[in-house]
Design a protein around this ligand. Structure first.
Ligand SMILES: [Zn+2]
Ligand SMILES: [Zn+2]
Length: 105
């Protein structure tokens, strides 16, 4: 994400709205995108919210997308908006309207 001068980056609700739009635009099965790989995708670069690579094919600078997206938070992500499939925040960092995605399976 790029922040311009004067942007209010502490406005978390704006940020979450942007995240949810990104997630809607990237609706695909959670399978590794490496050629012929059928493993579950769990990893991606920190600025991409959807996992695209399995454990075997992740790059060294990719992170586990099951971890909360909040900066420097290391808890497992389990919350997102009800219409989303991929959890993006832990219990401590979830937004008001986010629900436990894991529990609803
Ligand atoms: Zn793979
Ligand atoms: Zn967190």
């Amino acid at each position: 994400m790029n922040y311009n001068e004067g942007d209010n980056i502490s406005d978390l609700s704006d940020m979450c709205e942007a995240i949810s739009v990104m997630l809607i635009n990237k609706e695909k099965p959670d399978i590794c995108i490496y050629e012929d790989c059928k493993q579950k995708a769990l990893y991606n670069y920190c600025h991409i919210h959807k996992p695209d690579f399995c454990h075997n094919h992740k790059m060294s600078n990719m992170i586990d997308k099951r971890i909360c997206n909040y900066i420097r938070c290391a808890f497992h992500a389990i919350y997102n908006y009800p219409n989303q499939k991929h959890p993006v925040f832990c219990h401590g960092h979830k937004e008001v309207y986010m629900i436990n995605i894991k529990k609803n399976k």
